[in-house]
Design a protein. Structure first.
Length: 271
């Protein structure tokens, strides 16, 4: 089975399955998410949002695996390539598990897929067990994008709740700075798609007039690396650990600072 991966989440799942050798093409974002792919001389194509038929046709592949977000034009290009396509659209953690199961089945790694799912579920259950009886659940604003402001996806809401927090707003929807200020969250977590760990926290707090928001006054404003929350794959476990430390550092430990990455005036840089 020769596969073209159009999203980092797909490539990460293949790595966890031990099936990277099946990849014949991927996106440049996959190379960032899975460093082991960088020296494999793979065909580099655009992602599910901007796929081009002229890129896909020359690649000798048996299957294209794509995932959200999509555009109609990109879906048309993928279909015009004339190859079987597996299209994924996860919203919840259960969807992520099912995507792992699907990719494992087409790569002949069904047993490994079930083992990964079991490991993830056990880890989530362990965190939930530690936070289940907590009464002090802080209100957490998680931001997937800042222009416009977009709440993080539903699976992030599930992670926040497992980690002992209350997710502010409706997952995946747009919001306004004044709406967030009025809600006065206890914690602000920014994980912008494609930004890595480079969200300018101090700048956006000033631009939005959030100096008196509780999260800012208490210095509980953090940047969490993009791939830890926005990539629906097994590495969401790392995102859960980061959220747990940010939400309940007294229980899960403080977030380790990154050398040379101080973000003033907030004391904790990117996770």
């Amino acid at each position: 089975m020769k596969i073209i991966s159009l999203q980092p989440s797909v490539s990460i799942i293949l790595e966890y399955l031990g099936c990277l050798d099946s990849l014949v093409g991927c996106t440049k974002y996959c190379l960032e998410a899975v460093p082991a792919l960088r020296n494999r001389n793979l065909a580099i194509v655009h992602d599910s949002w901007s796929s081009r038929v002229e890129e896909l046709i020359p690649v000798d592949a048996d299957l294209v695996i794509a995932s959200v977000p999509y555009r109609q034009e990109s879906l048309t290009a993928i279909l015009k390539s004339g190859r079987p396509v597996l299209t994924l659209a996860p919203h919840r953690l259960d969807d992520v598990y099912q995507d792992i199961r699907l990719i494992a089945s087409v790569t002949g790694a069904a047993d490994r897929g079930e083992a990964i799912i079991t490991e993830m579920q056990s880890a989530f259950d362990g965190i939930r067990a530690r936070t289940a009886e907590m009464t002090g659940r802080p209100l957490v604003y998680c931001e997937e994008w800042g222009k416009p402001l977009i709440h993080s996806q539903f699976w992030v809401k599930e992670l926040v709740e497992a980690a002992g927090g209350i997710f502010l707003g409706d997952p995946g929807t747009h919001t306004q700075p004044e709406t967030i200020a009025a809600a006065n969250p206890d914690i602000f977590l920014a994980a912008w798609c494609g930004a890595g760990d480079r969200v300018p926290l101090e700048k956006i707090v000033q631009q939005r007039g959030w100096e008196q928001v509780r999260a800012v006054l208490d210095r509980r404003v953090y940047c969490i690396a993009d791939h830890l929350l926005n990539t629906p794959a097994p590495n969401l476990l790392d995102g859960l650990r980061a959220l747990s430390q940010a939400i309940h550092p007294d229980v899960f430990g403080t977030i380790a600072t990154t050398s040379g990455r101080q973000i003033h005036p907030f004391p904790v840089p990117a996770v």
